[in-house]
Design a protein around this ligand. Structure first.
Ligand SMILES: [Zn+2]
Length: 261
């Protein structure tokens, strides 16, 4: 009985000590770090994703998830001094299913998990009869823009991606909006509506941790006004398309990424 009580208490103590250490770390300024953030759009096959990931793995880079970057900025993790990479895929395009095939292959042959971050628009997750009340110049009646021929992930596709437990979704706005050009109201709506849609998807997929608070700027476009709104809505980090793999406190809301397709 005594021994059982001891073994019961020990994890709690460890947990408390761990929490104190985390709190101390959180009070420190996050250090600059280097992480290659790859961006893919349309994919013809899994080849280009495989080539890029294999190249980085062979070169000693470790795959990280977007949550690792959030944790770095909140002081829960420290990525400085590490060679790491993150794979992002923009626009919720159906052809990006090839990336899923690529990473399950890598897991099979190398035993390494490569988390993917899919930047999706809200219209990926709504049906045509859904009501979205937003008076936006780019508002497209909850369907993809009619002037392009891309095929997009459906809600079912996104739920399947989330069901894997390893990949995440990032906010890419409601309508792929050029954020600096929007009115205050539309700027707020483009971010808020999409984030609440993504939250709903995580709930439906029974992902307990909820979505990361991460924004990926359409066209990589942002300005000070956009960043102020991004912070106000509680986003932890945001990605641009600046070609840089060096990240600092100053670049937290416009992290660089390297385009691949
Ligand atoms: Zn985009």
């Amino acid at each position: 009985m005594g021994a059982a009580a001891l073994t019961y208490k020990a994890p709690q103590l460890l947990f408390l000590e761990g929490n104190l250490a985390l709190k101390e770390r959180a009070e420190r300024e996050p250090k600059p770090f280097d992480a290659v953030c790859l961006t893919f759009h349309d994919l013809e096959s899994e080849d280009i994703v495989l080539q890029n990931i294999f190249y980085l793995l062979e070169d000693g880079y470790n795959p990280i998830s977007v949550r690792d970057i959030c944790n770095h900025y909140s002081g829960l993790d420290d990525l400085s001094g590490e060679k790491s990479f993150l794979v992002t895929l923009d626009d919720g395009l159906k052809s990006q299913k090839h990336a899923l095939t690529a990473v399950s292959y890598i897991e099979r042959v190398r035993g390494e998990q490569v988390p993917l971050l899919f930047a999706v628009m809200a219209f990926n997750s709504v049906s045509r009869d859904d009501e979205i009340a937003l008076d936006s110049p780019t508002y497209v009646e909850s369907g993809p823009p009619s002037n392009n021929s891309h095929e997009y992930f459906t809600k079912a596709d996104l739920l399947a991606i989330l069901g894997n437990g390893q990949h995440d979704l990032a906010n890419h706005t409601l309508n792929h909006a050029n954020l600096p050009t929007l009115t205050k109201k539309n700027l707020q709506g483009e971010l808020e509506i999409t984030q609440s849609r993504i939250k709903q998807l995580y709930l439906e997929a029974e992902r307990r941790e909820g979505p990361p608070n991460v924004l990926i700027y359409p066209y990589g476009e942002f300005n000070d006004r956009v960043i102020a709104e991004v912070k106000r809505q509680g986003f932890e980090i945001a990605f641009s398309t600046e070609e840089s793999s060096h990240h600092t406190t100053e670049t937290r809301y416009h992290l660089g990424r390297t385009g691949r397709t």
